[in-house]
Design a protein around this ligand. Structure first.
Ligand code: FAD
Length: 264
């Protein structure tokens, strides 16, 4: 690890101020991705701004037709939340499927989406549910937020403060997990509700993506049979020691049908 200055601000304003004053500052939420990166000397920030003591950034609240989740809310808190379990059970189940208890108790929804790992679960969850990402500067629809592998629409120094998730009529998340890390080899969120009928896929490609053909078919007939013959092309999908591109393409269909069946 290289040396850095460490700050633990108590307000969002203070965090933004410290970050903008730093020559090469970095935000930290649960540190689940950032700390290993620092330990391996893959990053060399001048200042670390730890968001974990900012009370306003944590918590879960039902607000009208949405559930609002603060950026530093952990995966375990989402999985255990009565609000999420009753309003968006698919999202609680997604959070429960992340990593192991240690990861779920430190990792946060804000850190996960800011990092935008191509195999992470929340990007598919939020894109599939048609969520909006709130920052200290603006609101960004999930459709515009996830821009590529480990890339997002966040600008330099912009802080994710919360996500606002419309409550769907039906939704389910199906994942084929890597047996070691539990990251998604392929994960599919299917939802129908105020944001329309949506099918969002993680793990398969360099970034999270929607499957328009499946969405159109499900719009007419929300059943696994309706998407039986629809496949995604393997070209451009990820291929590694865990799964070939062809296998991932096949899994997209299988996981989508499982999610539709589970969503009922
Ligand atoms: C062993 C292991 C298994 C895992 N398995 C899974 C899995 O099955 N599924 C899955 O989805 N994920 C998995 N993860 C990822 C994990 O769940 C965390 O979400 C992820 O590591 C991010 O961690 P964090 O929230 O602590 O963010 P940090 O590590 O603190 O930060 C990550 C990045 O986001 C930035 N950042 C953090 N907060 C903000 C913010 N509010 N605004 C702007 N930028 C911000 C940081 O600067 C940093 O670049 C796994 C991780 C580990 C170590």
């Amino acid at each position: 690890m290289y040396n850095f200055n460490y700050y633990r601000p108590l307000s969002l304003e203070e965090a933004a101020q410290v970050l903008s004053a730093a020559s090469d500052g970095k935000l930290m939420s649960g540190g689940m991705t950032l700390i290993p990166t620092l330990k391996q000397r893959l990053a060399n920030p001048s200042d670390l701004v730890d968001l974990s003591e900012i009370a306003d950034l944590s918590g879960i609240e039902a607000k009208g037709d949405t559930v609002v989740i603060g950026a530093t809310t952990t995966h375990a808190e989402v999985a255990d939340s009565e609000v999420v379990k009753s309003q968006i059970p698919a999202l609680a189940a997604l959070a429960e499927s992340i990593g192991d208890p240690q990861v779920r108790n430190r990792g946060t929804i804000g850190g996960s989406i800011a990092n935008n790992d191509p195999a992470a679960d929340y990007p598919a969850g939020l894109l599939g549910l048609g969520a909006t990402i709130k920052t200290d500067r603006r609101q960004i629809p999930a459709d515009d937020f996830f821009t590529g592998m480990f890339e997002t629409a966040l600008e330099e120094g912009e802080i994710v403060t919360a996500v606002s998730v419309p409550i769907p009529k039906k939704a389910a998340y199906a994942k084929f997990p890597n047996p070691a890390s539990r990251y998604a080899i392929v994960g599919v969120m299917v939802a129908q509700g105020p944001a329309g009928t949506r099918v969002a896929v993680t793990g398969a490609g360099p970034g999270v993506f929607r499957v328009a053909k499946m969405e159109t078919a499900l719009e007419k007939n929300f059943s696994a049979n309706a998407i039986e013959g629809i496949s995604v092309p393997a070209k451009g999908l990820n291929a590694d020691m865990h799964a070939s591109a062809d296998y991932r393409a096949h899994l997209v269909g299988v996981m989508a049908r499982r999610a539709v069946t589970a969503a009922g």
